[in-house]
Design a protein around this ligand. Structure first.
Ligand code: RIB
Length: 312
């Protein structure tokens, strides 16, 4: 039986244009197709975890506008409890403007709207979601005071706190001390440590530096190089699965969710990182954030198909 999971985080409607490349500053380019797709790091992680078999509640905020309804419907369709997603009368639902290049890379601008008004009081109102022992997933598209409050509330109840520090920003020491597992990507690691992550030795040193700042377990997601797990026992790389990349949007969210679901089911760190790698890889094979997030069955079939291969 899986432990309960709570995600405190953002919901965005993603406005996605595909283009030959990501435009430079001052450059206008002619794109290809355009899509309106559900996203937001918090909602993505909640949907991903639910599709992978987690029992998930999301705490968040949307506006009272046309984007809110399909976002909530998508959560419900995935099996996410959105009782604690409130409607804000004064702010619009979050929007992300995304360009996806032919090579699958992206650039994203988020207009936070209601996400920026998620308060510690909203989290306190949802305290009933933190029953038993579970896993809390946090990111940084909602105010850091709210994130810190949620981490505190979860920790005193014996929950495992996972922080995906995205988008990158300096982290208060108080928050870092409340985190069990920190999951940054390369950019976030460089910003948080001021250290390079060019090769694996540098990445390992940066991960250990992050551990010194508070979180006992650090996982650096390194894109096509895989994930580097750093604990008190040292650092180990888990290579990425090779797939045909269409769009990397939400690959990090899928990684965090895959990792967290494995932990919620009592899995050990190496298995959880492997699930994260598989979920992240699968998410890159389709366009969009939530449409690309794999189901439990897809994940299990993918892992079974890689048994005994060099990807294993
Ligand atoms: O991590 C991907 C997400 O970042 C997108 O869905 C977008 O909404 C932004 O929050």
């Amino acid at each position: 039986m899986s432990a309960p999971m709570v995600v405190v985080g953002s919901l965005n409607m993603d406005l996605v244009a595909r283009a030959p490349h990501i435009p430079q500053p001052g450059e206008t380019i002619i794109g290809r197709d355009f899509h309106v797709l559900p996203g937001g790091k918090g909602a993505n992680q909640a949907v991903a975890a639910a599709r992978l078999g987690g029992r998930v509640a999301l705490i968040g905020r949307v506006g009272e506008d046309a984007f809110a309804t399909p976002l909530l419907a998508n959560l419900a369709a995935a099996g996410v409890d959105h009782t604690y997603v409130t409607r804000d009368r004064e702010a619009a639902t979050g929007v992300a403007l995304i360009v996806v290049s032919d090579s699958g890379q992206n650039s994203i601008v988020v207009a936070s709207g209601a996400n920026g008004r998620l308060t510690a009081a909203d989290v306190a109102t949802a305290v009933a979601a933190f029953t038993g022992r579970g896993v809390l997933l946090l990111q940084l598209e909602t105010p850091i005071e709210t994130v810190t409050h949620a981490a505190r509330l979860a920790r005193v109840r014996g929950w495992t706190v996972i922080l995906n520090p995205a988008p990158a920003q300096p982290l208060p020491a108080e928050l870092l001390a409340l985190v069990d597992v920190l999951v940054p990507n390369e950019t976030e690691t460089a910003l948080l440590t001021g250290l390079p992550v060019g090769d694996l030795a540098e990445a390992a040193a940066a991960a250990q530096a992050l551990r010194q700042s508070g979180a006992p377990t650090v996982i650096l997601t390194l894109g096509e190089r895989g994930a580097l797990l750093a604990t008190e026992d040292g650092a180990q790389i888990y290579p990425a699965f090779e797939v045909q990349v269409v769009d990397t949007t939400a690959a990090g969210d899928a990684f965090v969710a895959g990792f967290a679901v494995a932990l919620a089911e009592g899995g050990f760190l190496p298995q959880a990182v492997r699930w994260g790698n598989a979920a992240g890889a699968l998410a890159t094979t389709k366009l969009g954030a939530q449409p690309s997030l794999p189901t439990r069955r897809e994940l299990e079939e993918f892992l079974a198909g890689r048994l005994g291969t060099k990807d294993h």
